[in-house]
Design a protein around this ligand. Sequence first.
Ligand code: SF4
Length: 392
Amino acid sequence: MAADRITGKVDHPPPGVGIYLHIPFCVKKCFYCDFYSVENHSQREDFLDAIVKEIDLFSGLHPRLDANTIFFGGGTPSLLKPSELERILAALRGAFNISESAEFTMECNPGTIDTRYLSDYHSLGVNRISFGVQSFFEDDLRFLERIHGPSEAIRAVDLARGVGFDNLSLDLIYALPGQTHERLLTNLQTALSLNPDHLSAYGLIVEPGTPLFNSVSRGTITPAPDTVEADMYGTVMDLMEAHSYSHYEISNYCKPGFECKHNLKYWNAEDYIGFGPSAHSYFDKERWWNVSSLAGYVAELKSGKIPVSARESLGRTQLLDEFVLLHLRQGVLKKDVIAQKFGIIPDPEFVADLVKSGYCIEDGNILTLTKAGFKVSDEIAETMLARHLQPF
Ligand code: SF4
């Protein structure tokens, strides 16, 4: 894998698709979460049968694709018993050529794991673990309706390191209503004291359909103002930079070489195949997504049907929009790559304005966003796409 000399960013993930598995169970729904998951686990066995069947059906259509990343997300994948994980892995191995060096990530809720689970996951080949910590303050975790406390998150990291995980990521959420800068700094410093290889820090999003959204609509909760969120984002970037983490995507930071290879596939529009209810796939310029209902998913597979809800083929405009947006979210746009793929380049005057305004640095072929540019990367992408691309 080549890394860019200037930015240190990974250029080309190794060949092969990514595999995503959506485990749709949670102990309890969090207040802010709009991912598809259910608290009722009565269809657990049916789900396992269904996901194994879905993998088999896919391999009938696309036999033995090469794969080099596996990502168990959800939901709460760490609710899977090791024997259940083993069963899904056996199906994957029968369907894909999974490379020996594949990155294999498991998202874990600190409230659901113990040493035996972690040790068994590690023995089964999981080599990257991602803990949804969100905050180290008890009252924040109660507000978010997480099932764990701060001490369980710290313990989970210790246990994971103890059983041999040497690629460990933490998730934090900032810009909680009323959160102070001091609390944000405490969260970041506590996370850094645990020496994670990777950290994802997301501003709290008020997603429609969530209890948080309803509370905001009723006026019982006031979200953090955009200006506060932007300031906090600046604080996150400054602190992560001061600790020598690479800012390789708008919300993601890592030690050198610890980029999440699976997520890079999403951000670089590489192929990935998703299994499980609500899972999305992108393969050969086509995107499809599964039904967002466990009962519907199980029923479709019981009757031998692929549980796809809808498909779309991406045309040039969509591919270009995604290319610019996703690359700017990674902070880098290469003029020769966009020229080669789409026959266009950013308008030089627009680029000069971005440089003059302090949003980006132009070094020959490469545009690199500054911290100020990262704060408005989506706006830069939208403006560039609307009127500042020209034929090459
Ligand atoms: S544990 Fe994760 S997936 Fe489940 S409700 Fe909470 S945030 Fe959503």
